[in-house]
Design a protein around this ligand. Structure first.
Ligand SMILES: Cc1cc2nc3c(=O)[nH]c(=O)nc-3n(C[C@H](O)[C@H](O)[C@H](O)COP(=O)(O)OP(=O)(O)OC[C@H]3O[C@@H](n4cnc5c(N)ncnc54)[C@H](O)[C@@H]3O)c2cc1C
Length: 404
């Protein structure tokens, strides 16, 4: 019998195993991981750079200390996002796995936890390699198998099923932090990146906003600030046509956030009066060529040739161009699904978990940490911070509960 069995060698599971084994080196700790290597998702975080925490997280200093103890230095960028000094997510995984081996934690790969069965003493844990089921036994179990976002990294939503079967309430899971599909001629804009202030509108009213780089793709918009806005697009299945629900939302982009509409009108006014200016000269110092062409066409200014030869470039048109650049609005038609989502909204209801220890209130001896629980944060290191923090808490609490 193991003292501790941990489901999932992701961010939270590894942090928990290290914390439990450090607290009590005599514990027999085993991790069961469905993939063939640890931290498959971690490797993809922060575009391969691993944005591990954020200065805005209450306990970010503890994460910095934890990583220091593993030999990983973190440094922050100007927005307070912390990454490993080397900028390499694989260095983080290497350090976590090295520490697991040093502490004698057993890690079994290519096996899936499918069920947790309370027994008279401890738990029976059903593990499968898809050919054969094995029943393992442990005094304590930590379920750290993540949510449903990014199934290609091993997370397919098993945690909610296991927890529900044990009697926990589950908050419905939906993809969060995902790119938005929008109506628009995106073929023309595909590949464009622009710094913008983005607003999310519901029925024409602003409900949230953010700033950052926006990427135009063939289906719509992505980029960190769009992923953050996607958290506020609330679609309820069973409440009418989902496509129609999406269409209540729109993204409005301000592509020239440092200038007011009046100032921008002035700039456009003087650009138009540059001697020998071509249509391209009107906006090309403000946005990329592709965007400039799109804005001009959308405002019925037909690019090509000299400005002097373009009819209708009057003051009204100058205002229209400035307004368009500051309010480029796209109706949302859908969201990219689980495969592209960076996080899961919903999961094991936190009302059924003691937040000090991450132990279940329904089934003492079972713990939950990380994304399997009902937490989702914005981009910027908040989700990994939650995974480390709850994993460390659970690991320490489990070790303490097993003290003789
Ligand atoms: C592309 C991408 C980029 C991201 N970038 C960032 C970022 O830069 N910063 C940030 O804060 N957050 C980021 N996130 C979110 C962050 O990665 C997750 O919130 C975090 O990894 C959750 O940690 P976890 O330990 O709960 O789950 P995971 O890290 O997902 O680990 C769960 C582990 O359990 C395994 N598993 C699943 N089911 C089973 C089973 N039945 N039995 C055994 N093992 C199982 C999985 O294979 C996986 O290894 C990103 C997510 C994605 C998809």
């Amino acid at each position: 019998m193991y003292d501790v069995l941990i489901a999932g060698a992701g961010a939270s599971g590894m942090a928990a195993a290290i914390s439990a084994a450090r607290e009590n080196p005599d514990l027999r700790v085993c991790i069961i991981e469905r993939k063939d290597t640890p931290g498959k998702k971690l490797a993809a975080t922060g575009n391969g750079h691993c944005n591990a925490t954020n200065v805005k997280c209450e306990h970010y200093k503890e994460t910095i200390e934890f990583f220091k103890s593993l030999g990983v230095l973190l440094k922050s960028d100007s927005d307070g996002r912390f990454y490993p000094y080397s900028g390499r997510a694989d260095a983080v995984i290497h350090a976590l796995y090295r520490e697991l081996r040093t502490l004698g934690v057993k890690v079994v790969f290519n096996h899936c936890v499918v069920d947790v069965l309370p027994e008279r003493e401890g738990f029976g844990i059903v593990v499968t390699d898809k050919q054969e089921d094995t029943l393992l036994h442990a005094k304590k179990v930590l379920v750290a198998i993540g949510g449903k976002a990014g199934p290609q990294y091993g997370t397919t939503g098993d945690g909610s099923k296991i927890a529900e079967k044990l009697g926990h309430r589950i908050v419905k899971v939906t993809p969060a932090l995902t790119a938005l599909e929008c109506e628009g001629p995106f073929e023309e804009l595909k590949g464009v990146r622009a710094a913008a202030r983005a607003k999310l509108l519901k029925d024409g009213k602003e409900i949230s906003g953010g700033e950052g780089e926006v990427q135009f793709n063939n289906y719509g918009l992505s980029g960190i600030c769009i992923l953050d806005l996607s958290r506020d697009v609330i679609i309820e299945s069973g409440k009418g046509d989902m496509k129609e629900q999406f269409r209540h939302y729109a993204v409005s982009l301000d592509l020239v956030k440092d200038y007011s509409e009046e100032e921008l009108t002035e700039i456009i006014h003087s650009n138009i009066r540059i001697p020998a200016a071509t249509a391209g000269d009107i906006l090309n110092s403000i946005v990329t060529d592709q965007l400039a062409d799109y804005v001009l066409a959308s405002c019925n200014v037909h690019a090509g040739g000299y400005v002097a030869d373009i009819p209708g470039l009057d003051e009204k048109k100058e205002k229209e161009l400035a307004h368009f650049l500051k309010n480029m609005t796209f109706t949302i038609t859908g969201a990219q699904g689980w495969k592209y989502a960076q996080c899961t909204r919903g999961g094991v209801d936190l009302r059924d978990i003691d937040k000090k220890t991450m132990q279940s209130k329904k089934v003492p001896g079972v713990y939950f940490s990380g994304e399997v629980t009902d937490y989702d944060g914005p981009c910027g290191g908040f989700n990994l911070q939650y995974a480390w923090e709850t994993g460390i808490k659970a690991g320490k609490a489990i070790a303490k509960s097993l003290e003789k």
